[in-house]
Design a binder for this molecule. Structure first.
Ligand SMILES: [Zn+2]
Length: 184
């Protein structure tokens, strides 16, 4: 399980490992924290035979890192397929990562960009059938409108093991545009 690191304004920065969070905790760099399910880390034994423990909250806010948030989240197949919930957005069937491809709605050959707004998950069959055409040209219908995840949605997409209070924090900040995985 990873720890959700926020900046002091409450914007997600990244997921950190428990060890990284422990270091931030020991260095007293955590300004505030959230979450009812702290992780207890066990350290070494002292001379009296007592073992040290460290309680790490599931959401921590640290100073700095405010500049990163103007950036569009990095596009990768893994996060793209999760955004589309592993559905092919043409035939509507669900597939595993291996069987999905990144389809450019407006093909690159027709000036389409490799950007969240222009890419969808598609099965190999639909992608081959569509070829170098737009959905209209190929007579295909897109089942949902592709969108750029906001930082909260991106954090959700980039971690498969999110605990309850982290999920609650992120989900409360999803936009209504992400209708088709609101049930997440
Ligand atoms: Zn398909």
């Amino acid at each position: 399980m990873k720890i959700l690191r926020l900046n002091k304004a409450g914007l997600p920065v990244c997921w950190v490992t428990q060890e990284e969070a422990a270091t931030l905790c020991v260095k007293q760099q955590i300004i505030w924290s959230l979450g009812d399910t702290p992780i207890i880390l066990h350290g070494g034994y002292n001379k009296r035979g007592c073992r040290s423990t460290l309680s790490i909250p599931s959401i921590i806010a640290c100073d700095g890192d405010t500049a990163r948030h103007s950036l569009t989240p990095a596009l990768s197949n893994r996060t793209l397929f999760r955004r589309d919930d592993h559905f092919c957005l043409f035939c509507g069937k669900q597939f595993t990562d291996k069987l999905l491809t990144r389809d450019h709605v407006v093909p690159v050959s027709q000036g389409g960009k490799n950007h969240w707004h222009n890419v969808v998950a598609a099965c190999q069959r639909c992608n081959n059938f569509k070829g170098g055409k737009t959905p209209e040209q190929a007579g295909m219908e897109l089942l949902a409108v592709p969108f750029t995840p906001n930082i909260y949605e991106f954090m959700y997409l980039s971690n498969r093991q999110i605990v309850g209070d982290q999920m609650e924090y992120l989900r409360a900040r999803f936009r209504s545009a992400s209708r088709y995985w609101q049930a997440a």
